[in-house]
Design a protein. Structure first.
Length: 147
């Protein structure tokens, strides 16, 4: 089923020449020599998906998920900053940053740093975690490293 979807995506480009993306993705993995060689195997499509498609795409999926988490944190902080975040008894980093900016002109400039630093550190940490997991789960990098 996954292979049918990938084939369908591959033929939808301009003039039927692929999807127009230059980076590696499911389309490139499906058309790789390993997946093509696995097609002639007796065990069929399940083996292709389990041995070739999933191991080559799991790193991309994990990096995408961690970037989405980082984007969600930034979105929630931005909504809290403009006053559309969580209700008043609770707090979030965006509303803390907004309160700090309001008092910055009165000499309390140091109130901006804790919330801003927390936002930056958590977003960068999620990006580093996703990058490290991609490096660990990418079969091509494991082969190059000799693992």
């Amino acid at each position: 089923m996954l292979l049918r979807r990938v084939r369908r995506v591959k033929g939808n480009g301009p003039g039927g020449q692929g999807d127009g993306f230059d980076g590696p993705g499911l389309v490139d993995i499906q058309g790789s020599e390993r997946a093509q060689g696995g097609r002639h195997d007796i065990r069929g499509r399940t083996r292709i998906v389990l041995r070739h498609i999933i191991p080559n795409s799991i790193g991309t999926i994990i990096v995408n998920a961690t970037f989405n988490i980082a984007d969600a944190i930034l979105l929630l902080a931005a909504l809290g900053y403009i006053g559309l975040g969580v209700p008043s008894p609770q707090t979030d980093w965006g509303s803390m940053l907004s309160n700090g900016v309001n008092y910055a002109l009165d000499g309390y400039w140091w109130e901006i740093y804790p919330a801003g630093l927390c936002i930056v550190l958590v977003v960068v940490a999620f990006n580093f975690i996703g990058d490290a997991l991609r490096d660990f789960l990418d079969p091509r990098s494991r082969i190059e490293a000799g693992l």
